[in-house]
Design a protein. Structure first.
Length: 304
């Protein structure tokens, strides 16, 4: 979203950025891991550093930033209804780029609602943004890149990570360097495994793990679930965009073409909402969506 806004602003187009948070940056606000394969001109850096880079560019731009504002609907004439919690007002935009991201999916097992059981994203927010240790003894459920990164961050903060549980026969992560780092950190990998149930009085205290048909109990006060993410669709539904199911992109998401334009000619999509989860790849579609919107407005031509 930041990159899309900065792209539009670079061509002198009046641009408004709407964000429900107290500060811009989304998930970058707590991502302390190094992000590789960023598009030019960005260099390999931590997520928090990348946010500072983008925020500095935003501060130097003419983008009108509306923090603590939320899109809550649309008027019949196509204007967007925005609320700050006290009042609602319309924004009349010729082109709209929606970059609402994705929501983490839970993993259901008996006892999954007990305090101490949370998503890997929640654990990362507690550690890196709120500076609160989410637990002392942990299990990680799921083996995507994000799960492995959070497992390493937990261990670096002094948390005992008893292992990473994966239901299939191989890890979801294809990052060999990250997998090797997990092994170097002596974090166990439980393949062909699942959580049978979690128990405890006021919070999770014991988790039973089924590994290759044999069950073992672990005394933990933290379970981090990394079950993947699903694009946030409500804004696209409100704007009348056609939805499509693409399993390899996270399930249901707005249908879009190579310019990232949806079925509605005035609406574009980028980032997690488009089913793109790698941070290196997220920045570029933001720029593409911005450029496509500029071309649609006649600000730049096809060759440009």
């Amino acid at each position: 979203g930041l990159n899309a806004a900065l792209t539009a602003d670079a061509y002198g187009v009046k641009t408004t950025l709407i964000d429900e948070g107290y500060a811009v940056g989304g998930q970058l606000k707590q991502q302390t891991q190094l992000i590789s394969h960023l598009p030019t001109p960005f260099k390999k850096q931590r997520g928090t550093s990348l946010l500072k880079t983008l925020s500095d560019q935003l501060s130097a731009s003419n983008v009108d930033v509306l923090l603590r504002h939320t899109m809550i609907g649309a008027y019949k004439d196509g204007r967007i209804a925005v609320s700050n919690g006290n009042s609602t007002f319309p924004i009349n935009a010729q082109k709209v780029i929606i970059t609402t991201g994705a929501a983490e999916e839970p993993s259901l097992f008996p006892g999954w609602t007990k305090p101490g059981i949370m998503t890997v994203g929640a654990a990362q927010i507690l550690m890196n943004r709120e500076f609160v240790l989410p637990g002392k003894n942990a299990l990680i459920l799921g083996s995507n890149d994000f799960s492995l990164e959070v497992a390493r961050q937990l261990k670096a903060c002094g948390v005992t990570v008893h292992g990473i549980i994966e239901s299939s026969h191989q890890l979801h992560s294809q990052n060999e360097a990250l997998i090797q780092a997990i092994k170097d950190d002596d974090i166990k990998l439980f393949l062909n495994s699942f959580i049978s149930h979690a128990s405890g009085a006021d919070q999770v205290e014991t988790v039973t793990v089924n590994h290759d048909g044999e069950e073992q109990n672990y005394e933990v006060d933290l379970v981090c679930i990394g079950h993947g993410v699903t694009p946030i669709l409500e804004p696209f539904d409100i704007m009348g965009c056609t939805l499509t199911y693409q399993e390899h992109l996270g399930g249901w998401l707005p249908a879009y073409d190579k310019t990232l334009e949806t079925s509605q000619p005035s609406i574009f999509v980028a980032g997690n909402a488009a089913g793109i989860t790698c941070m290196g790849a997220i920045l570029l579609p933001g720029e593409i969506a911005g450029i496509s919107a500029l071309q649609s407005l006649g600000i730049i031509d096809h060759e440009q």
